[in-house]
Design a protein around this ligand. Structure first.
Ligand code: UT7
Length: 348
C-alpha cells in the first residue's frame, strides 16, 4: 500500500519526525438507555419534527445507574485493542479526551488499570468536542518522535450530567458515548498525512460548562470557592456560524497543503453536532452525501466521542476499508477546532 513518498517526506521535514503512524484499531461503547425525541417532548416544549429537521437527531443515549463513563471508555478502548490484536502490556500511552471525567484529577489512569495496560502512562485531555482530535494529534507527537510505539486515544463524554434538561435549546442536542482508536508507529509511510489545530478563547462565551463562582467564608476575612459547575450554556447560532465558516477553511488549507483534491477523499468524518453542518461542509468541497459519515440520528452530539464512535461504526459495517482516506474535523467549545487527514490501516 502506498500513500505517496511526497506526503511522508513532508511530514518528516515539517516536524523532524522519526517514524510514521498507522491507525490499526477502533472501538466504541454506548449506554443502554435510549431517549427519543418524543420522550423529550414530554418534558420540554419541543417535538420530533423540529429536532430532526434542525439537527438530524432522532434519539440519544444516556448513562444510567448501572453504567459509568469509565466503563464505556474502557470497553471502547478494549475493543480497539482487540481489533489491533495487541497485548495490552505493549500499550505505552492512553489519552482520554473528555470534558466530563468521573474524577477531576483524571479518569484515564482508572481506564489504564481496567485494561491491565500496566506499562502505559495515562492522562486526561480536555478540549470539549475537539478533544478527540486534539488527543489524537497529541498522541501522534509521542509516536512520531520515537519515544513511544503504541497509543490508545479515547474520546468519551457524559454530557447528560451537565445538560439542563429543562432548556430545550440545548437538551435535545447531547448524548453520552465513548469511542477509541489504537495507533502505532510504522517504519514507512505515515497514515497520518497532516493536521492543524486552532483555538479562539475570545469566543469562548458561546459555549460553556463553567464553574458557578459561589464563594463562602473559610475563616474570618477569607473566602473559598465552592467546587460547583453550572449547566451547559450555548449560543447555538453563533457556534453554528463558527463551525460552517472555520471547518471548511481549516480542511481546505490542509487539502491544499498536501495537494489532495477533495475528490480523493473517501470519507468526510466530522464532529457530529448537526446534520446541517455536515451537509454545509460537504457541499463546500462537493463531497457527495454517500461519503459523509453521520450517525447523529442515533446518538446526537456525544462531544469528544462523536468522531471515534462514528469511525468504529463505519469500520465495523465495512463502509470504511483499509487504505481509505479520511478527512476529519472536530470543533466546539473553547472555541476550538482542528482537522486531520489520515488513512485507515485497520484490518477491515
Ligand atoms: O458540539 C459543539 C458544537 N455545537 C454545535 O455545533 C451546535 C451549533 N448550533 C446548532 O446546531 C443550531 O444553532 C441549533 C440546533 C442549536 C439551533 O438551531 P437554529 O436553527 O439555530 O435555531 P434557533 O436557535 O435560531 O431557534 C429557532 C427557533 C426559536 O424560536 P423563535 O425565536 O424563532 O420563535 C427557538 O426558540 O426554534 C426555537 N427552538 C426550538 N423549538 C422547538 C429552539 N430549540 C427548540 C427546540 N424545539 N428544541
Amino acid at each position: 500500500m502506498t500513500y505517496g513518498i511526497g506526503l511522508f517526506l513532508d511530514l518528516i521535514s515539517n516536524s523532524q519526525l522519526d517514524s510514521g503512524i498507522s491507525f490499526v484499531g477502533c472501538g466504541s461503547a454506548t449506554p443502554q438507555k435510549i431517549i427519543n425525541n418524543d420522550q423529550l417532548g414530554q418534558r420540554v416544549d419541543t417535538n420530533d419534527q423540529w429536532i430532526k429537521s434542525r439537527t438530524g437527531i432522532g434519539e440519544r443515549r444516556v448513562i444510567g445507574e448501572n453504567e459509568s463513563l469509565i466503563d464505556l471508555a474502557t470497553k471502547a478502548a478494549m475493543n480497539a485493542v482487540k481489533m489491533a490484536n495487541w497485548d495490552v502490556k505493549t500499550i505505552d500511552l492512553i489519552i482520554l479526551a473528555t470534558s466530563t471525567p468521573e474524577d477531576l484529577f483524571g479518569s484515564a489512569p482508572k481506564i489504564q488499570s481496567n485494561l491491565g495496560a500496566s506499562n502505559a502512562v495515562a492522562f486526561d485531555l480536555t478540549a470539549a468536542c475537539s478533544g478527540f482530535l486534539f488527543a489524537l494529534v497529541t498522541a501522534s507527537q509521542y509516536l512520531v518522535s520515537g519515544s513511544m510505539k503504541r497509543a490508545v486515544v479515547i474520546g468519551a463524554d457524559q454530557l447528560s450530567k451537565w445538560v439542563d434538561w429543562d432548556d430545550r435549546k440545548t437538551c435535545v442536542l447531547f448524548g453520552d458515548g465513548a469511542g477509541a482508536v489504537a495507533m502505532e508507529t510504522i517504519a514507512d509511510e505515515s497514515g497520518l498525512i497532516g493536521y492543524d489545530l486552532k483555538s479562539d478563547g475570545s469566543k469562548g462565551g458561546c459555549l460553556n460548562l463553567s464553574q458557578s463562582n459561589v464563594f463562602s467564608e473559610l475563616v474570618q476575612g477569607a473566602t473559598h470557592q465552592k467546587g460547583e459547575y453550572l449547566p451547559i450554556k450555548m449560543e447555538g447560532k453563533e457556534v453554528y456560524k463558527f463551525a460552517v465558516k472555520e471547518v471548511p477553511i481549516i480542511l481546505g488549507k490542509l487539502l491544499d497543503k498536501y495537494k489532495i483534491n477533495s475528490e480523493r477523499i473517501d470519507w468526510l468524518l466530522l464532529h457530529q453536532a448537526n446534520q446541517r453542518i455536515l451537509d454545509a461542509v460537504a457541499s463546500r468541497f462537493s463531497i457527495p452525501s454517500e461519503k459523509v459519515l453521520s450517525n447523529l440520528k442515533y446518538y446526537g452530539n456525544t462531544s469528544a466521542a462523536t468522531i471515534p464512535l462514528m469511525l468504529d461504526e463505519a469500520v465495523r459495517d465495512q463502509r470504511v476499508k483499509s487504505g481509505d482516506l479520511i478527512a476529519c474535523s472536530g470543533f466546539g467549545a473553547g472555541l476550538s477546532w482542528g482537522a486531520a487527514l489520515f488513512y485507515w490501516h485497520g484490518p477491515y
